[in-house]
Write a protein that binds this ligand. Structure first.
Ligand SMILES: NC(=O)C1=CN([C@@H]2O[C@H](COP(=O)(O)OP(=O)(O)OC[C@H]3O[C@@H](n4cnc5c(N)ncnc54)[C@H](O)[C@@H]3O)[C@@H](O)[C@H]2O)[C@@H](O)CC1
Ligand SMILES: Nc1ncnc2c1ncn2[C@@H]1O[C@H](COP(=O)(O)OP(=O)(O)O)[C@@H](O)[C@H]1O
Ligand SMILES: [K+]
Length: 528
């Protein structure tokens, strides 16, 4: 299922694959080995950068190209030549000695016939640029910036604060393309022009906040190189969601669409589970039952119509309920409270092979003995468990593990957690990151900031459970749910409260699912 998702992702119009800087290096090399000279790729890259400048600024504008010592600088030399040729007033500032430029960058520098001046903060300020092309560092950034590069980054940001526009080549200098980390200091760009595919660092925070608009330019690297590179991370988008969403069959019945159990908290904390239950139903689960402790039955029954309510007393009650195999997905955590009773409920849910989503208190209840929890998770069938922590829950559970504590990015932390638990881990945030045991990963970045509101996470838990119940694998369900959740928040807009997310699901799903069978039957009636 997960590999089908990675394959289906390739069908969409916006390229979903995100390439680490190492993978991008392999894509470059593979293209060069197949006969396209590196200087051709560099010429195409520099032209794409020049075109980005031309799209928004008239000839005659003052442009500073800040070139670094590697191929990113080479792209800058090409952009400088093309902009000067059409009437931009270009100042080329090089950080480093011209004689140290190598290979394609040295060739690009030879093709530039204007003056090349040493890059200093003073020279940059004196040029009073309307536009700065940031070609200092790209994929080759391999250590924190210090000394002159750091001063130059500061000067670019100061010029931008004074009104200059900044177009970054590939990445804003200082941003790590693989991790999104700011390595000491980083340029703030209005636009970043990257090549062939976006990089995780364009979408992970804080890199995403530095890159401005993202333009992905075709520089002549064929898509076929992806078969060699085999990228391990995608950006979730509508094509992928459309390809994954279950479409009910005319011949089907509600049990074909799965039956979700959401475990409710006690009488005073039922809201979270109700939000999750409604979301599971809205995303298409055939039936949803709230497993409710005795003191919450009345309030749950009064507050629900389509969602059913069953009294289940503690872990034994849940285990008894789940003996009915038609309950094929269980969600628990929201509103349950932290402690032994919740740990026991989780134990009942994890027994057997139905799909399980664990969130909130179902995660926090294990912070004192995470190893026992990880062991129970690892014993489950692959692709059946999803954990949906926010940052705090993730840190409490995983940060003591050295491989997670020392990981260099959100992507690596989530991958390490998935490896450790065998579960699909979805770490929430503006750059929600999802990974499975094998290191397949997805970033979902469509959520607006107003999604950060009480109860939004409970709705996500329900969406994941609803999709699991309809037969999606854990990775696909988590990625699809995260995108639907973010898109629903965009549809509602500012003023969103968690209840709204489920209510816009029908109009959102209608845009994604073609209903050919319904259209046909309407037509039949007209003919009769
Ligand atoms: N043939 C190719 O590989 C292509 C590469 N392209 C460009 O090439 C770039 C990558 O080029 P490179 O691998 O040469 O890398 P960069 O140009 O990003 O930087 C490499 C240089 O910067 C130095 N450096 C790294 N971190 C530093 C720091 N913190 N302080 C001081 N110096 C530092 C390195 O020692 C090295 O000299 C891409 O970002 C892209 O812009 C494009 O031209 C497309 C084709
Ligand atoms: N800055 C942000 N931009 C976009 N989405 C965000 C941001 N911060 C949080 N979110 C999303 O909001 C939701 C909050 O969930 P959670 O923290 O579990 O809240 P709760 O426990 O109140 O339900 C998550 O889906 C998360 O990804
Ligand atoms: K750059």
């Amino acid at each position: 299922m997960r590999s089908a998702l990675l394959r289906s992702a390739a069908l969409g119009s916006a390229p979903p694959e995100l390439l680490t800087t190492a993978e991008m290096g392999r894509a470059d090399r593979s293209t060069i080995d197949s006969g396209t000279p590196g200087i051709v790729l560099m010429e195409n890259a520099g032209r794409a950068v020049a075109e980005a400048v031309m799209r928004r600024h008239p000839p005659g504008s003052r442009v500073v190209v800040l070139a670094g010592p590697g191929n990113n600088g080479g792209d800058g030399f090409v952009a400088a030549r093309r902009l000067a040729a059409v009437g931009f007033r270009v100042t080329l500032l090089l950080a480093g000695a011209p004689e140290r430029l190598k290979g394609d960058a040295a060739e690009a520098a030879r093709r530039w016939t204007g003056p090349t001046r040493p890059a200093t903060p003073e020279a940059l300020a004196a040029a009073r640029p309307h536009v700065i092309v940031d070609a200092l560092f790209g994929a080759g950034l391999d250590r924190p910036v210090d000394g002159l590069p750091r001063a130059l980054i500061g000067a670019v940001n100061a010029a931008r604060a004074d009104g200059a526009a900044v177009v970054a080549v590939d990445l804003p200098s200082g941003v790590n393309g693989t991790t999104g980390a700011v390595m000491g200091a980083a340029i703030e760009a209005d636009e970043s022009v990257t090549f062939f595919r976006a990089k995780p660092g364009h979408w992970l925070l804080p890199g995403r906040l530095r890159r401005g608009r993202l333009t992905i330019a075709d520089i002549g690297i064929p898509d076929a190189v992806l078969a060699t590179v085999q990228p391990r991370c995608i950006l979730v988008g509508p094509e992928l969601v459309r390809a994954s969403l279950p479409v009910p069959s005319l011949a089907g019945h509600k049990y074909d669409r799965g039956h979700v159990v959401v475990v409710s908290g006690g009488g005073h904390t039922t809201g979270a589970a109700r939000l999750a239950a409604r979301a599971a139903l809205r995303v298409g689960a055939g039936l949803v039952t709230l497993a409710s402790p005795a003191d919450a039955v009345a309030v749950n029954a009064a507050a629900n119509v389509a969602v059913m309510v069953r009294q289940t007393d503690a872990a034994e009650g849940l285990a008894t309920l789940l003996e009915d195999r038609r309950f094929n997905a269980v969600a628990l955590g929201p509103g349950l409270g932290v402690g032994a009773a919740t740990r026991d409920l989780v134990g009942s849910a994890l027994a057997g092979c139905r799909a399980v989503v664990l969130d909130a208190d179902a995660l926090t209840s294990f912070v004192d003995d995470p190893e026992a929890f990880f062991t129970a998770l690892r014993a489950r069938p692959p692709g059946t468990t999803v954990l949906t922590p926010h940052d705090g829950e993730f840190s409490r559970l995983f940060d003591k593990l050295p491989e997670i504590h020392e990981a260099s990015s959100k992507l690596d932390r989530v991958r390490a957690a998935a490896r450790r638990t065998g579960a699909v881990v979805l770490l929430k945030g503006a750059d929600t990151t999802i990974a499975d045991l094998d290191g397949c990963a997805a970033i979902n970045a469509n959520a607006p900031a107003h999604l950060a509101t009480a109860g939004a996470g409970d709705v996500l838990t329900g969406l994941v459970a609803g999709l699991l119940a309809q037969g999606l694998g854990a990775f696909t369900a988590a990625a699809t749910a995260a995108w639907l959740h973010g898109e629903a928040a965009r549809l509602v807009g500012p003023g969103l409260i968690a209840e709204d997310l489920s209510e816009v699901m029908p109009s959102l799903l209608a845009r994604l699912i073609e209903p050919p069978a319904v259209a046909e039957s309407a037509h039949d009636r007209v003919i009769r």
